[in-house]
Write a protein that binds this ligand. Structure first.
Ligand code: KG4
Ligand code: ZN
Length: 361
């Protein structure tokens, strides 16, 4: 069976075509993403109406080469279903993908599968060496992106229970806001990571830990997070500094990353132990971060320190699948193939605040 995935929830326009007979062995026929990062950079964040306009322009531009690369006919391609992100995300952007999906589905006479973007991020963690990994249950998912920070429990395949989430800013949002305070370009995550890794690699400030930031909600009795205080702490710190040197920027970046990493790892570890989770999945743009990746890899390896969790299976996406893409949407669509319905204009709505586990149709 062949599935076309469509993703337009934020600032990436993406299309992907996959083929699978059993839902486990996956062939990626073609996969394309057009990032609008450069376009939004002057605004310091994603400008929804500009993003919408770009999606409308880019979707047809991506479709023709996608079909050609997959070796499918341009007019009536042999596709079995179209999977499209319906939320969560920026509503004007989501609508562009939904309308595009409905138009194609009508023209080609194929059904539509609505997909939750966050479930897409979960599927992005499962694809390794062209196969969908088996989940040892119960499994725990940490979703860390520009819009979300969630801990999700999977007791049964396809059933999601959000056990913790951010009370204010998402982790990626905190990275972006702190980067902005430091005068770094959007998106801030990779910039902060670059500075922090430089100072770590050079061991330059190993003896100077004068910059200390809080670890919000580190020991709270729940699995919730809060990151806006961390951003405010950076703001106050900057106000007190006589000048912001490159060295200080690097120190702040490193301390900020350490604080975020410690909170994420501590909370996740607590949940893993409490629920006896066998598998840990980590999805979303922020798992591109080297320090966070490394900390979770240490947690899951079975030798050495006593605080490591033995036998835990850790699933992190391949680097190209960490940020938004349509392959993960096609994979989630494949898993929900039974829910495909004939295209009917107006049957689907953009759901900006759609939560994991909520019904879509
Ligand atoms: O999942 P994603 O591509 O889009 C959303 O659905 O939000 O995540 C984007 C977020 C941005 O906030 C970006 O700054 C962050 O992921 N990000 C990173 C890194 N690469 C991207 N954060 C920290 N370190 C990185 N290397
Ligand atoms: Zn995302």
């Amino acid at each position: 069976m062949r599935i076309l995935g469509i993703e337009t929830s934020c600032d990436e326009t993406a299309l992907s075509l996959i083929k699978s007979e059993d839902g486990i062995d996956i062939t990626v026929l073609a996969d394309k993403t057009l990032s609008q990062v450069a376009l939004h950079q002057p605004y310091g964040g994603v400008f929804p109406n500009l993003a919408k306009r770009e999606h409308i322009k880019n979707l047809p531009l991506l479709l023709a080469p996608l079909l050609e690369e997959a070796g499918l006919a341009a007019k009536m391609p042999a596709i079995d279903a179209i999977a499209v992100t319906v939320g969560p995300g920026l509503e004007p952007c989501l609508w562009t993908g939904i309308t595009f999906a409905e138009t194609l589905a009508e023209k080609w006479g194929v059904p539509i599968i609505p997909v939750n973007h966050m479930e897409g991020h979960i599927y992005s963690t499962l694809l390794h060496a062209r196969k969908i990994s088996k989940l040892n249950l119960p499994a725990l998912v940490l979703l860390i992106s520009g819009g979300h920070t969630e801990l999700v429990l999977i007791k049964r395949q396809g059933e999601y229970e959000i056990i913790g989430e951010t009370r204010d800013d998402a982790v990626g949002e905190a990275f972006d806001k702190v980067a902005r305070l430091l005068g770094l370009p959007y998106p801030g995550g990779p910039e902060i990571s670059r500075l922090a890794e430089t100072i770590r690699r050079e061991l330059r400030s190993i003896f100077s830990h004068e910059i200390v930031l809080p670890r919000p909600m580190l020991h709270s009795p729940d699995y919730d997070f809060s990151f806006s205080g961390l951003k405010t702490a950076v703001l106050y710190l900057l106000k007190k500094l006589p000048e912001l040197t490159e060295e200080t920027k690097m120190q702040i970046a490193r301390e900020f990353e350490d604080a975020v990493t410690e909170v994420l790892v501590t909370k996740t570890k607590k949940a893993l132990q409490h629920y006896g989770a066998q598998t840990l999945l980590i999805g979303g743009g922020v798992i591109a971060n080297t320090n966070i990746r490394r900390a979770f890899e240490n947690l899951s390896s079975s030798y050495g320190r006593v605080d490591m969790i033995c036998g835990l299976k850790l699933l992190i996406p391949e680097p190209r699948l960490t940020t938004d893409n349509a392959l993960m949407i096609a994979l989630a669509g494949l898993a929900h193939y039974k829910e495909a319905r004939p295209a009917m204009r107006g049957a689907l709505k953009a759901r900006g605040n759609l939560r994991l586990g909520e019904k879509i149709w």
